[in-house]
Design a protein around this ligand. Structure first.
Ligand code: SF4
Ligand code: SF4
Length: 380
């Protein structure tokens, strides 16, 4: 390939490169959140990519023009090679964000990650009430450890995002949760109404707020966002089942992000494996760029040509890309259908009624997230 041809290829790659890569380094996690987005059947430790394989994935990502890597899980700090992974990925010029439950890191470990080039930490919190937070995560003293980690993140000059999944068992505390994020020194807070995939789908009735609660919490968060301008940025994720139009899931299928599972499968979104009939390529067998550009799974729902009505003729199709494919599959058995979170879907009325009827009943016990084969646990 001559210089001009190489430049032409580089230009094409730059024009279509994903913005970010979510690297699920492991599915292991000491917490057991009942809304975890991990699949019900999780990868085991002996299936995880090696240190060298992850470093190679990040080298390929940098060569593709990807700028941000989100190191996620499970709990990514369970990987003993995390500092080595961060150090190598950082040397490729990648911006690194650690998405963590925040309960395992020591001060020395946090410093080592900062020194290795980690730029950003995202800590998830379960509630502003310590007892309820620890109950939801099924992890003793987790709340206190998260607050401690937030201090160390600030001490070592990294940016901090707090992620707060909101549901019927903490929604009344939404104001206190926002205040807590300010106290933790967060640069950004995500107030995210739970999305019903993975374990959250199993626990939907235990998590679903009433319509009135969801609307109230939304207003509280919007008011706080105004009040906190210049102090803390806020992202607000509205509840799908009570929405009128769906969210542009992943910014459009195969458009802005990709996800690599602990065992190396490359997915357009973390829940994509719930869509039966799709085959996903693995970084052990195929180059990341090749998968991004040419794999069947990524091309299946790219753009708008695959759409059926009402999306096909809708003026919003380039904005929300028909919503979530996984949710469309879960409700209709065909991922090409309109996400039922959309008011134009013939199923929309049904999911609103389903949500309202589940929220009207007392919450059933949580089914806590556990690796398959371990004792299923439920809340008292
Ligand atoms: S949502 Fe909870 S259980 Fe799932 S990976 Fe995050 S901290 Fe662990
Ligand atoms: S019909 Fe399709 S494109 Fe239009 S708003 Fe609904 S999901 Fe979005």
């Amino acid at each position: 390939m001559n210089v001009q041809e190489k430049q032409a290829v580089d230009d094409v790659i730059c024009a279509v490169a994903p913005e970010g890569l979510l690297a699920e380094l492991t599915h292991r996690c000491p917490l057991q959140c009942p809304y975890c987005s991990n699949p019900l059947e999780m990868d085991r430790v002996n299936q995880e990519l090696t240190t060298e394989q992850w470093i190679d994935v990040f080298k390929q990502a940098a060569d593709m023009g990807i700028l941000q890597i989100h190191l996620s899980g499970g709990e990514p700090t369970l990987r003993r090679d995390l500092v080595e992974i961060v150090s190598n990925a950082s040397s490729f010029g990648l911006y690194l964000n650690l998405i963590t439950s925040g309960v395992l890191l020591t001060r020395e470990g946090t410093k080592a990650l900062a020194d290795a080039g980690l730029g950003h930490v995202q800590i998830s919190i379960q509630d502003s009430d310590p007892g309820n937070a620890n109950r939801i995560a099924a992890y003793k003293n987790g709340f206190e450890k998260k607050l401690q980690l937030a201090e160390w993140v600030r001490e070592f000059d990294m940016s901090l995002t707090v992620n707060a999944p909101i549901h019927r068992q903490n929604i009344e505390n939404v104001e206190n949760i926002i205040d807590l994020a300010v106290k933790m020194g967060a640069d950004r807070l995500e107030v995210a109404q739970v999305q019903y995939y993975g374990w959250a789908f199993v626990n939907r009735a235990a998590l679903m707020p009433t319509y009135e609660q969801a609307v109230w919490a939304q207003k509280v968060a919007e008011k706080a966002r105004e009040r906190l301008k210049g102090i803390m940025a806020m992202d607000i994720v509205v509840p799908d089942y009570y929405a009128k139009t769906p969210k542009p899931c992943m910014g459009g299928w195969g458009r802005r992000f990709l996800n690599v599972t602990p065992s190396g499968k490359v997915l357009p979104c973390h829940a994509a494996e719930t869509i039966k009939g799709l085959e996903f390529d693995n970084v052990k067998e195929r180059k990341l760029l090749d998968i991004w550009m040419d794999s069947d799974a990524f091309n299946k729902f790219r753009g708008t040509d695959w759409m059926a009505e009402p999306c096909r003729s809708c003026e919003l199709k380039e904005i929300d890309f028909g919503g979530c494919r996984c949710q469309a599959f879960a409700f209709t058995g065909d991922a090409r259908n309109t996400d039922p979170a959309c008011g134009k879907s013939s199923l929309h009325g049904q999911i609103v009624e389903l949500a309202k009827s589940e929220a009207a009943e007392p919450p059933p016990p949580f089914v806590y997230r556990r690796l398959k084969g371990k004792q299923p646990a439920s809340s008292p």
